[in-house]
Design a protein around this ligand. Structure first.
Ligand code: HEM
Length: 145
């Protein structure tokens, strides 16, 4: 399923990013750019303004959690479906997150990474990275019935 070049590209992206920085930035972006995603995070308090989102320690902590979960996929490229089976079930049955939102977060992650990596995020690296996120998004969407 993965070529050697794709594996190297995905791993090279992962090596270059700090999940503790990219995670909070990506979650902040999705909450600001797609404001309906705020409704799922009621437990984090009122997020209905940009200033309530950026620098919010709960958003930051959760962004790190999400990016760390992405790291499990990087380490299990040949077994992504089962890696995310439990999380898919959680987002579907317990959190009732509309699976369309996975793609939106994935795109925010890509954009934040692109800014960070600049020229190192060449089109072929970007292609492999987006293919990786597509596979993760489809794995997360699997337990929706
Ligand atoms: C919780 C990962 C996308 C909403 C979680 C947790 C992880 C995770 C690891 C913690 C699970 C636990 O506590 O056992 C991911 C990944 C995503 C993703 C890898 C996609 C790349 C989304 C999206 C939304 C969302 C798009 C909503 C727009 C939530 C909520 C929680 C949660 C509301 C519970 C937060 C809390 O109460 O602390 N997610 N998630 N997730 N996720 Fe996601």
């Amino acid at each position: 399923e993965w070529t050697e070049a794709e594996r190297r590209a995905i791993e090279s992206v992962w090596e270059k990013i700090d999940v503790n920085v990219i995670g909070p930035q990506a979650l902040e972006s999705v909450l600001i750019v797609y404001p309906w995603t705020q409704r799922y995070f009621g437990v984090f308090g009122n997020l209905s303004s940009v200033s309530a989102i950026t620098g919010n320690p709960k958003v930051a902590a959760h962004g790190k959690t999400v990016l760390k979960a992405l790291g499990s996929g990087v380490k299990n490229l040949d077994d992504i479906k089962s890696t995310y089976a439990k999380l898919s079930e959680l987002h579907s049955e317990k959190l009732n997150v509309d699976p369309d939102n996975f793609r939106l977060l994935a795109d925010c992650i890509t954009i934040v990474i692109s800014t960070k990596l600049a020229a190192a995020f060449s089109p072929d690296v970007q292609a492999a990275w987006q293919k990786f996120l597509d596979v993760v998004v489809s794995a997360l969407s699997r337990e929706y019935h």
